[in-house]
Ligand binder design. Structure first.
Ligand code: SAH
Length: 477
């Protein structure tokens, strides 16, 4: 490591900036947004501030004359655009005075370099490659951006504002550190990260004895449950938040729908507990699952309840949070991409389409018996796309119900199995053929989409059904 990342106090003096052009303007923007005092020698004499905010630009001290002989009092660092001999000259001057200097794109004459920066208020991450590759540094920065909670800076300042006061209340260093760890890792930290600063403040005030709170046996205060939508299968369809929850979990209770590739993204030492129906075996039941979640949280664990798709779409998430609320367990919900949306995106079914489809209904028809209880007359609108979850076995009843209610037998339908997974399968045809289409599916899970928009889909186009449909239309005329 040749360059050690350190943080420069911009209040300590001015940054001397030498040069002009777009590169220099980019640095001006950076320094202005960081609140720096800037003294600028524009070597072309023009001080061109095109593209900078006018109020910001007015904060720049515009220096005239030759920077090689200019007065450097009050300067804490020098930044110089590289062209010509001015860079090396400024570099020698800076070195003689012991001032840090950066000559852009010129490592040889620089004693410091700019990192790629993740800026979240009080939390700042600097990424460097020792000048080897700014592009690689930027890619690393993007990855860090993706995993850092948006409000991590708020959390730092929330604690920063209270650290001094807590110093008096918990004199012992190790205990104090433990206290803040518990705040950061526990529900109070979660509240700040969720933008609920006032509630976090109230909860913090509620801690009557901070030392006891810090010293309490692990658990109690920290346990919580996060309901996480795992999406339809492709692990890259996890949300950034879901990924964070998985990496933060002590224990994960997952459904049979959750693909192993998704569990692979979880913290390595998190316990994994399957609670769904297994092939040939019934699940443990909703009450037992609720019990497991409550017990895990009450024993101080960060439990994740991982569900296929979205927790609130035919996922019984509503029942689980009701139970958690009753048991006074802290919880939060992270949405996921529901199977219908995953399948539609993959197979190019625009669920709404100009004037063709103006409404969507998500419904479930688990068994023929369920399908019989559906009021199909509400689903005959030709401008409505109907997405059916768990509808495979009930396919004949769904067809019968819709036809009896008056939906056209020529309505396009798609059956999408294992959508977004590597072994996905999609078939399309007409409502009339629905039971036969379902027969062509090798294995589940699968979803049905019924509506004219299915005629835009890949399986429909692949099967050359376009001409089929127009034949039908011609025949109908
Ligand atoms: N909460 C889930 C749905 C659970 S119900 C969600 O939002 O997606 C289970 C049903 O979801 C399955 O019977 C099937 O109809 C559908 N499903 C789940 N994953 C699927 C996938 N990858 N492809 C197609 N259908 C899927």
């Amino acid at each position: 490591m040749r360059f050690l990342p350190v943080f420069l106090d911009l209040q300590a003096g001015s940054i001397l900036l030498v040069g002009g052009g777009e590169l220099v303007r980019a640095k001006l923007r950076l320094l202005l947004s960081a609140g720096a005092h800037i003294r600028w020698h524009a070597t072309d004499g023009r001080h061109d501030v095109t593209g900078l905010d006018a109020v910001d630009a007015a904060r720049i001290e515009r220096a005239e004359g030759d920077p090689r002989t200019a007065d450097l009092s009050g300067v804490i660092a020098i930044l110089c655009a590289g062209a010509g001999d001015i860079g090396p000259a400024m570099s020698s001057r800076a070195k003689a005075l012991g001032l840090p200097v950066n000559v852009m794109d010129d490592l040889q004459h620089s004693t410091f370099i700019f990192p790629a920066i993740v800026d979240r208020g009080d939390v700042v991450v600097a990424v460097g490659t020792g000048g080897a590759s700014p592009v690689v540094a930027r890619r690393v920065r993007e990855r860090i951006e993706a995993v850092l909670p948006a409000r991590i800076g708020d959390l730092a300042s929330f604690i920063g504002r209270r650290r001094k006061a807590m110093h008096g209340r918990i004199p012992e260093f190790a205990l104090r550190r433990r206290f803040w760890e518990r705040i950061v890792d526990g529900p109070i930290g979660a509240l700040v990260l969720a933008g609920r600063g006032d509630e976090a403040e109230a909860a913090l005030k509620h801690i009557a004895d901070p030392s006891a709170f810090a010293g309490a046996p692990a658990g109690r205060a920290e346990g919580r449950v996060t309901l996480v939508g795992a999406g339809p299968g492709d692990p890259d369809l996890l949300t950034v938040k879901a990924l964070r929850a998985l990496q933060d979990a002590d224990v994960i209770f997952y459904d049979e729908l959750v693909a192993p590739e998704i569990l692979d993204r979880a913290r390595r030492d998190a316990a994994r507990v399957p609670v769904g129906r297994r092939v040939g075996k019934p699940g443990i039941g909703q009450d037992a699952i609720n019990r497991l979640l409550i017990d895990a949280a009450k024993s101080g664990q960060r439990a994740v309840r991982l569900k296929g798709g979205d927790p609130f779409i035919f996922g019984r998430g509503g029942e689980e949070i009701e139970a958690l609320r009753k048991a006074d367990v802290a919880y939060s919900v992270i949405p996921g991409i529901t199977a219908g949306l995953g399948a539609a995106a993959q197979s190019e079914v625009p669920l709404t389409f100009r004037n063709e489809a103006l409404r969507i209904t998500f419904l479930t028809a688990h068994k023929a018996r369920d399908a019989e209880t559906v009021d199909w007359s509400t689903l005959t609108d030709v401008k409505m796309t109907v997405v059916v979850y768990m509808g495979m076995t009930a396919a004949p009843s769904i067809r019968a119900g819709l036809l009896a209610a008056g939906r056209s037998p020529q309505t396009p339908v798609g059956v999408f199995a294992r959508a977004t997974r590597p072994d996905s399968q999609a078939v399309a045809g007409t409502l009339n053929e629905l039971p036969a289409l379902v027969q062509r599916i090798d294995s589940g899970p699968a979803i049905l989409v019924i509506g004219d928009v299915v005629a835009h889909s890949t399986p429909w186009r692949d099967a050359g059904l376009d001409s089929l449909l127009s034949n039908f239309l011609v025949a109908a005329e």
